[in-house]
Design a protein around this ligand. Structure first.
Ligand SMILES: Cc1cc2nc3c(=O)[nH]c(=O)nc-3n(C[C@H](O)[C@H](O)[C@H](O)COP(=O)(O)OP(=O)(O)OC[C@H]3O[C@@H](n4cnc5c(N)ncnc54)[C@H](O)[C@@H]3O)c2cc1C
Length: 422
């Protein structure tokens, strides 16, 4: 389904291109992080009986070509479900979720292996898997019901900074002013480029191959993570489609190998996957379209600027194998909501230095810990040097012997948390 621009909500904004609309908050980028933040702000203002003029600017209308709501499936941590419920968002997308009740972690060709089970943590699930494309339509529908101005499809063209506000110019020629910009415009953030802010990058020189895999037998709500010599391979349970059991696969491979596997015939691909993974999940019988992403870790050392906060992939883009990107982005969102809530309660001005620095300070530790953890995980488990192999196998083995130790490791290894991380 594609929503045509003519079907988009007629927003309250002045449609005259020469008129300037004034906002308290403008969110640039309306994919997972931008949309959830916008809906969170709507809920926050209602809860405090306050008004904020908010706009969200997104380059793509909902469609199968939307880069932020593509065919990928992502795992949401238990804590993320709690946060989305608190924001009144999970209620609208929960029917699209598939619960993860067990996680199985193993190392190919070595003895280490561990199993995590929701029951042993007294929780219904370790997390939920959602497919971003249908979620995109649902979130967009909720945005259309809100009081937020949706400016879409439209692209940020230029920002001119002022003491009291920013001038935001769009590719249509339309100009807005805002007291605060929240940049949710992804790894190649045009807001970051406008302000010429630094971004650090670690290139893992690997490619993630993504595909949906059909299974002969039920996945029984299991997720698997297997560390192979070529890099980690993750399989997440998905809802059935056309009567077939499905898993969402993320396989980190050398770029040449990833290209070979992407182009391989279905039987060759399924055979290679089965060899790398084994038969724990039964037989793989079909594979959907294959996509590839270069694996890089990028992050802004300081995700703030004058009257501007950076969130989600714009602030940091992690290796997808760790299943942490949106989970961390959601914690950025909660950080933005906290500083805005404080300003609303105390009647403080929007977007001033105190607000941006409070956000920076609040997000510092969690961001750095998560970024370091993901880097350690990717490097440690992609390496076949014997001390690292021995260490990780002993680690996995010890974990399966000492169940109480599994909880923190579960959160570190796969981004699933059994406690509230928010
Ligand atoms: C294969 C894969 C698997 C993953 N698995 C997991 C997982 O299991 N768990 C997890 O938590 N995370 C996972 N992630 C990460 C997660 O998908 C992302 O962190 C999250 O979707 C990022 O959302 P975002 O809104 O910050 O950025 P993006 O999705 O990059 O969205 C940016 C948006 O900004 C818009 N935009 C850009 N420039 C402009 C402009 N100039 N003007 C207007 N709009 C603009 C774009 O059109 C886009 O819609 C995975 C990622 C990948 C690639």
């Amino acid at each position: 389904m594609t929503i045509k621009p003519s079907q988009l909500k007629q927003t309250q904004q002045n449609q005259d291109k020469n008129a300037i609309n004034h906002y308290d908050v403008v969110i640039i980028g309306g994919a997972m992080v931008g949309s959830v933040l916008a809906l969170g702000l709507e809920q926050l203002t209602k809860r405090h009986n306050k008004t904020l003029d908010i706009a969200i600017i997104e380059a793509f209308a909902p469609s199968s070509d939307h880069p932020g709501f593509d065919a990928r499936a992502i795992a949401l941590a238990h804590g993320s479900i709690q946060a989305l419920t608190q924001l009144d968002i999970w209620q609208h997308i929960s029917e699209l979720g598939t619960a993860i009740k067990h996680i199985h972690i193993s190392d190919r060709g070595h003895f280490g292996m561990t199993e995590l089970d929701a029951n042993s943590f007294n929780i219904a699930s370790m997390g939920e898997v959602i497919e971003l494309n249908p979620v995109g339509y649902k979130l967009f529908k909720e945005l259309q019901k809100s009081s937020i101005d949706i400016i879409c499809p439209a692209k940020l063209d230029k920002i001119e900074a002022n003491d009291e506000f920013h001038h935001v110019k769009l590719d249509s020629g339309q100009v807005l002013t805002t007291k605060l910009i929240v940049a949710a415009d992804g790894a190649q953030s045009s807001v970051r480029m406008q302000f010429n802010l630094p971004q650090e990058e670690i290139d893992f020189k690997k490619t993630a191959l993504i595909a949906n895999i059909s299974l002969q037998k039920s996945h029984k709500n299991r997720a698997w993570e297997r560390f192979t010599n070529s890099g980690p391979l993750a399989l997440l349970p998905m809802s059935p489609s056309n009567g077939q059991q499905r898993l969402s696969m993320v396989w980190a491979l050398d770029p040449d190998n990833a290209e070979l596997m992407k182009q391989a015939t279905k039987p060759v691909f399924l055979n290679s996957l089965q060899q790398a993974f084994g038969f724990r999940a039964g037989q793989f019988i079909d594979v959907g379209e294959r996509y590839s992403y270069p694996l890089k870790l990028t992050y802004m050392p300081r995700p703030i600027h004058h009257r501007c906060l950076f969130v989600g992939n714009a602030a940091q883009t992690l290796h997808p194998i760790a299943g942490q990107g949106f989970n961390l982005g959601l914690r950025d969102i909660m950080g933005v909501l906290d500083v805005i809530e404080h300003a609303l309660i105390e009647n403080l001005p929007m977007g001033n230095v105190a607000m941006t620095h409070a956000y920076l300070k609040a997000r510092e530790k969690d961001r750095m810990n998560t970024i370091n953890r993901v880097e350690f995980l990717v490097r440690g488990f992609s390496n076949d040097l014997w001390p690292l192999t021995l260490g990780r196998n002993l680690g996995l083995r010890l974990l399966s012997w000492l169940p109480p130790l599994k909880a923190p490791i579960a959160s570190k290894a796969m981004g699933f948390t059994t406690d509230t991380i928010l």
